[in-house]
Design a binder for this molecule. Structure first.
Ligand code: ADP
Length: 274
């Protein structure tokens, strides 16, 4: 990060940035990013959500926001809001169907230009949905945005330790703290009888976290409600009395705690240089 002295100036009014990453696609990274943002906002924070998944931007759909952001006469991008969350997807700005041709340096410049143009205003948290995987694109993206820390999402079916280790190695290279691991689709909560079933033998991410010495931030059930609400563009609200919304609220609390620890270790003089 120190090689990027101007990075912090891109988003001067943003207190903390939390990247949500995964070793591979389909584990629910975007679902976690969106619902984490909603849960943080539900707890009273000012939150922005940036969809940086250039391969498959899905945040607009999950959040139910389809309108393109406004661009002002001064060439500033005004993010649309949903439930008080400011929302931007790089999908709005990438040429359709060309994500795969984006290479590190091109993407790097585009994200930098783009981030600096968005009117985020003052935010407590900017949650960033990264593309799945731990390759060059992810590395380049993380070098472009000043990150407070990263949340790693995995499922019990992954070889949790292996997948988490790769992501952790990437953030180590970037000198970005790993805030912890989330296990998604962890267990099944029957909506009819309320019983819990550990169909995939949950707990892989928790033991991986323990073994690697990182916090375990929580487990999210495999729930038809989560999928249906994502499909409908209505993220779970923190006041809802469902196991899923409670799980997201718990994870948001754990993330808040970890961010506070990272930030207190950094002060005085944020390690992200200005
Ligand atoms: P990724 O961003 O890792 O590629 P997504 O967040 O797009 O994954 O999720 C992939 C699919 O899985 C989506 O259809 C989503 O609604 C569904 N999904 C994610 N998490 C859960 C969950 N806990 N329970 C049920 N369905 C889920």
């Amino acid at each position: 990060m120190s090689s990027q002295p101007n990075l912090r100036r891109l988003i001067p009014e943003v207190d903390s940035t939390v990247a949500v990453a995964s070793g591979k696609g389909g584990v629910g990274k975007s679902t976690v990013a969106a619902n984490l943002a909603v849960a943080l906002a539900g707890a009273g924070s000012k939150v922005g959500l940036m969809d940086a998944d250039v391969y498959g931007p899905s945040i607009p759909k999950i959040m139910g926001v389809s309108q393109q952001p406004e661009v002002t006469a001064e060439n500033r991008i005004v993010p649309p809001e949903r439930d008080g969350i400011k929302l931007i997807s790089m999908g709005y700005f990438l040429p359709q169907g060309e994500a795969v041709i984006w290479r590190g340096p091109m993407l790097h410049k585009m994200v930098q230009d783009f981030l600096g143009l968005v009117d985020w205003g003052p935010l407590d948290y900017l949650v960033i949905d990264l593309p799945p995987g731990t390759g060059d694109i992810q590395l380049s993206l993380c070098q472009t945005v000043p990150l407070t820390g990263a949340v790693i999402v995995s499922t019990p079916q992954d070889l949790a330790l292996e997948v988490a280790s790769k992501a952790i190695a990437m953030f180590k290279k970037l000198q970005t703290p790993v805030l912890g691991l989330v296990e998604n689709m962890s267990y099944y909560h029957c909506p009819h009888c309320g019983e819990r079933d550990d169909i995939f033998g949950h707990g892989g991410a928790e033991s991986a976290a323990r073994e690697l010495g990182f916090p375990f931030l929580g487990a999210i059930p495999l729930s038809p409600l989560i999928r249906e609400r994502s499909d409908r563009g209505e993220p779970l609200q923190s006041g809802e009395e469902t196991p899923s919304s409670k799980a997201f609220a718990d994870i948001a609390r754990a993330v808040t705690e970890q961010v506070a620890i990272v930030n207190s270790n950094r002060r005085p003089g944020l390690s992200i240089e200005t």
